[in-house]
Design a protein around this ligand. Structure first.
Ligand SMILES: Cc1cc2nc3c(=O)[nH]c(=O)nc-3n(C[C@H](O)[C@H](O)[C@H](O)COP(=O)(O)O)c2cc1C
Ligand code: SF4
Length: 483
């Protein structure tokens, strides 16, 4: 298994820089090269699709033709981190989410008109003729109907499709491809693991968190009746089958980690007791690490504008996933740590040494060091702080904590992510003037595409006298030492 040099970790962040066909681009390479320069112990490549299907500018690992690009990425990270950073790739599956339709398109094309709907229209409008009216007439009547009528005649799922856009659930057992998920997913994840290994990654991270397929299997909301839902045993069954399939494919000497939720933070969703129980099962199954996140579900997401897709980080569960300075008086700092700590305690009590990674509002050395010292987690992950300053781990190690560009946790970057725009940090632009033509810009031409460069003053050539070493020692002793 992979050994990380430091307990510092950059969790997955989608930067929307792949091609529309899911290939690595020069912009993807720049993004990871820049993080590698900060030399975190572990860097996790963004959520990468395990299927070979159109998914916008999201990386894909669903076919062997993606391996050469991914291999270039691995080589570049090795080179830029000078071999100090271990590189994992996060593998994701998701089910369909469509944009919120214009009402005319919804009633004109998307809504299925069946006998049950006709009967409800007849009842709501008080006219029996709607039971046998031609379909175009029913569509036209609904398109012009007042909202209370619409609310009476549409099923809750159809009303949701109108107001938020159509969204599949993994418990939609009437859909053959959803029913078949337990048959296809172990193989798809296993092949992704094989490709990750062939490309040279140090490990694969199975994305069981947030709003996506595998998190939904673990969810208490999962009502599948085929043995893959309902009870905890049922909900964890497919996630464990996927682990076993991946392990069988990549071998025992390869790192297989899981990122999953310590708490869903939605009504009726899984809580930390479920997460601790799952964590023990994952550890017993031989998973090499557990990376704990929180929330980020669709269930409480805000209504999107017409033409946009629902975004799982807009409701309360989303704010818990990427907390901001305006979340509440507690602010963003370390608010997910207790979940990791509870999972770690349960895993240790069951006799497993599986490392637990925590993330969410971690942005200072003291905070990270305290988490490790208390034994709340085995590694500290920082997403937005590392986006704000990819060199922050290195600056701290060198005793240059005062040079760290501090994340403001106001989620400008998340707003870009929401609209699938190239993700950048607003702080980068403070070190740039529009007349500087040497700086590479995002496709809108208005912001830096990568973090400003930074040249470490250390290590310097070997000092000639004792006196030359003194300043460095004193800076190290000032409290910003290695994590
Ligand atoms: C732009 C952006 C993209 C993200 N993409 C992913 C992702 O692909 N996979 C994932 O598990 N988490 C993703 N996250 C969540 C982060 O990994 C992390 O859990 C979250 O931002 C909280 O940590 P922080 O407070 O250190 O930012 C993303 C976060 C941001 C800001
Ligand atoms: S854009 Fe804001 S929240 Fe995002 S990394 Fe930069 S400072 Fe932090």
């Amino acid at each position: 298994m992979t050994v990380a040099e430091q307990r510092t970790w950059v969790p997955a962040m989608v930067p929307w820089r792949a091609t529309e066909d899911g290939f690595v681009t020069p912009e993807v390479l720049d993004w990871y090269a820049r993080f590698a320069e900060g030399r975190p112990g572990v860097l996790v490549v963004e959520a990468t699709g395990i299927r070979d299907i159109p998914s916008g500018p999201l990386l894909r690992i669903g076919d062997d033709r993606f391996i050469p690009g991914l291999r270039r990425l691995v080589e570049l990270v090795r080179d830029r981190s000078e071999g100090h950073t271990r590189l994992f790739i996060q593998a994701i599956d998701f089910v369909a989410v469509r944009r919120r339709p214009a009402p005319a398109a919804f009633f004109g094309r998307y809504l299925a008109i069946d006998d049950a709907l006709r009967a409800r229209v007849a009842e709501a409008l008080g006219e029996a003729r709607w039971r046998s009216a031609p379909e175009p007439d029913v569509r036209a009547a609904l398109a012009g109907a007042p909202r209370p009528v619409i609310e009476r005649v549409l099923t809750p799922r159809d009303l949701e499709a109108l107001d938020y856009g159509y969204r599949e659930r993994i418990w939609d057992m009437h859909l053959p491809h959803i029913r078949a998920l337990p048959d296809v997913l172990p193989g798809l994840f296993a092949q992704a693991g094989r490709r990750a290994r062939e490309a040279g990654f140090d490990g694969i991270e199975l994305h069981y968190a947030h709003a996506y397929t595998m998190a939904s299997f673990l969810s208490r909301l999962n009502t599948r009746d085929d043995g893959y839902g309902g009870t905890r045993e049922g909900r964890v069954r497919l996630p464990l089958e996927v682990v076993r399939a991946v392990r069988a494919c990549v071998g025992d000497d390869y790192t297989v980690g899981i990122r999953y939720l310590g708490e869903e933070v939605v009504e009726g969703g899984s809580d930390v007791d479920d997460a601790a129980w799952f964590g023990v099962r994952f550890a017993a199954a031989g998973v090499d690490y557990l990376s704990v996140s929180k929330g980020g579900r669709f269930e409480d997401a805000k209504q999107p504008k017409v033409g946009e897709a629902v975004y799982p980080y807009t409701g309360r569960s989303g704010h818990e996933c990427m907390p901001t300075v305006i979340s509440d008086e507690r602010g963003p700092f370390g608010r997910n740590v207790p979940l990791a700590a509870a999972i770690r305690r349960a895993v240790r009590a069951a006799g497993h040494e599986t490392p637990v990674v925590t993330s969410g509002g971690i942005a200072t050395f003291d905070q990270a060091e305290a988490i490790l010292a208390r034994g709340d987690a085995d590694a500290v992950a920082a997403a937005r702080q590392t986006l704000a300053d990819p060199d922050w781990f290195r600056k701290i190690r060198l005793g240059l904590g005062e040079q760290v560009r501090r994340c403001e946790f106001t989620n400008y970057c998340e707003g870009l992510d929401q609209h699938h725009k190239q993700v950048t940090c607003k702080l980068w632009d403070r070190e740039w003037t529009p007349d500087d033509s040497t700086v590479r810009l995002a496709s809108d031409g208005r912001r830096r595409l990568t973090a400003p460069p930074w040249t470490p003053p250390y290590p310097r050539p070997r000092p000639r006298s004792r006196a030359a070493t003194a300043p460095r020692r004193s800076r190290r002793a000032s409290g910003s030492g290695p994590a």
